[in-house]
Design a protein around this ligand. Structure first.
Ligand SMILES: [Zn+2]
Length: 417
């Protein structure tokens, strides 16, 4: 008999919870009438896509799965080298530096012999591949797709925009939900995140990106309803990974470190900063550690610094001061509204590219970026999950539905309140 107990997760990248409201997201509002709404759903730190993807895939906080950022420092030949996790070959550099990818198993690994996992993603290749970095299941992406064991498949022939999201969704509904029918099916849309990185929050372009994502969600809901009518027991979860905040200004953290007494350590690769949008991770080798610690108080006094987090504060955020990370800086926030009345302008970390001031960004601990949304449609009708929930609760909720072990997750299965 074919596997009839299945789970579907749809991620609307970058759709903060406060944007789910009748005038902006009628489809999600409709889903609220048949699903449980997570009232206090939280992102992970840093609130960037690749780290969020690894937390959703493993049900673990970054402290345990070990993927630290969208950009991450690796110790390579005695130097800290900051690499872009979004690059298709990042996993190779990570394996070379540390001997592994993620430190905790993914859902794809947990279901490899129990119905399998298929993920379709239209975000960066890094964020797609960290859903299943060791190829236990299928991952489909524009830059290349992989079968279990790592064999290459045809790349997903879609564009990195709303049209690509829609084309991917049509294929997902037909090929994955309708035909392949794996135990776990994941669809990760690039919008509204992709659009928001170039337009203001609350703008007509933002609204249009929400409509595009909603059209995709609606198609998945229709497909799931057809399969349920045919007898499949499907847990459907629709959510996001983080929200967005407005870029107010930009700070080059490494340049600041160099100008404030650490130029030799930055030059020698003993101190480095990996920007995460509205936050930054500060790395040091053993040689650089003491002098980096010595400037943290001065950093905390800078207008661009919100909070400087070290050991205990990082641990409380689900992050660990390990693998070279000494501290993290959550960049400052000014509550002033943008031209569309959306409050909060943030400093962002310079990452080597021009920064579109006034557009959306995320990565830190601001109010919108840390509040993703999550709807759990388990066939039980409208309801609520009142406790504080997190991205790490998604995988254990799916595992429980499939009757798998709940060992090793940081998260807990979601229960209606
Ligand atoms: Zn994202």
């Amino acid at each position: 008999m074919a596997m009839s107990r299945r789970a579907v997760f749809v991620c609307c990248d970058g759709l903060g919870r406060d944007w789910v409201r009748p005038d902006k997201t009628p489809v999600l509002e409709g889903l609220k009438r048949r699903a449980a709404w997570c009232e206090d759903h939280n992102g992970v730190f840093p609130s960037v896509t690749r780290v969020s993807a690894a937390s959703i895939a493993t049900g673990c906080q970054p402290a345990r799965h070990g993927l630290q950022g969208n950009r991450m420092g690796l110790l390579e030949g005695e130097r800290i080298v900051v690499r872009d996790v979004g690059a298709p070959d990042f996993r190779t550099h990570l394996r070379r530096a540390t001997g592994r990818t993620l430190r905790t198993p993914t859902l794809a690994q947990r279901v490899a012999d129990a119905g399998g996992c298929i993920a379709y993603s239209n975000v960066s290749p890094g964020a797609a591949y960290f859903l299943d970095p060791d190829n236990h299941g299928h991952v489909h992406h524009r830059d290349g797709s992989f079968a279990p064991g790592g064999a290459s498949l045809d790349a997903l022939a879609v564009t990195h925009d709303a049209a690509g999201d829609w084309a991917m969704t049509e294929r997902f509904c037909e090929d994955v939900l309708g035909r392949a029918r794996p135990a776990v099916a994941m669809l990760w849309l690039c919008d509204p995140d992709h659009t928001l990185h170039g337009v203001p929050l609350g703008s007509p372009d933002h609204d249009q990106a929400l409509r595009g994502a909603e059209r995709c969600v609606e198609a998945v809901v229709r497909a799931v309803d057809r399969l349920r009518a045919a007898g499949d027991d499907i847990l459907m979860m629709v959510g996001s990974d983080h929200g967005h905040e407005t870029i107010g200004d930009v700070i080059d953290v490494e340049a600041w470190l160099s100008a404030n007494g650490l130029a030799d350590l930055v030059e020698s690769g003993d101190v480095a900063s990996a920007g995460q949008g509205t936050s930054a991770l500060l790395y040091a080798t053993e040689r650089g550690r003491g002098r980096l610690l010595g400037v943290l108080d001065a950093i905390a006094r800078q207008p661009w610094a919100g909070a400087v987090l070290t050991d205990a504060a990082l641990a409380a955020a689900g992050f660990a001061a390990q693998d070279g990370v000494v501290a993290a800086v959550d960049l400052a926030r000014d509550p002033a509204p943008n031209p569309f009345g959306v409050p909060g302008r943030r400093w962002v970390a310079y990452e080597g590219k021009p920064v579109p001031v006034g557009s959306g960004q995320h990565g830190g601990r601001g109010p919108d970026e840390t509040r993703p949304f999550l709807l759990v449609d388990d066939g039980g009708g409208a309801g609520r999950v009142g406790r504080a929930t997190s991205l790490v609760d998604i995988a254990p909720t799916i595992a429980r539905h499939l009757g798998l072990s709940l060992d090793g997750f940081d998260g807990r299965p979601l229960e209606r309140s």
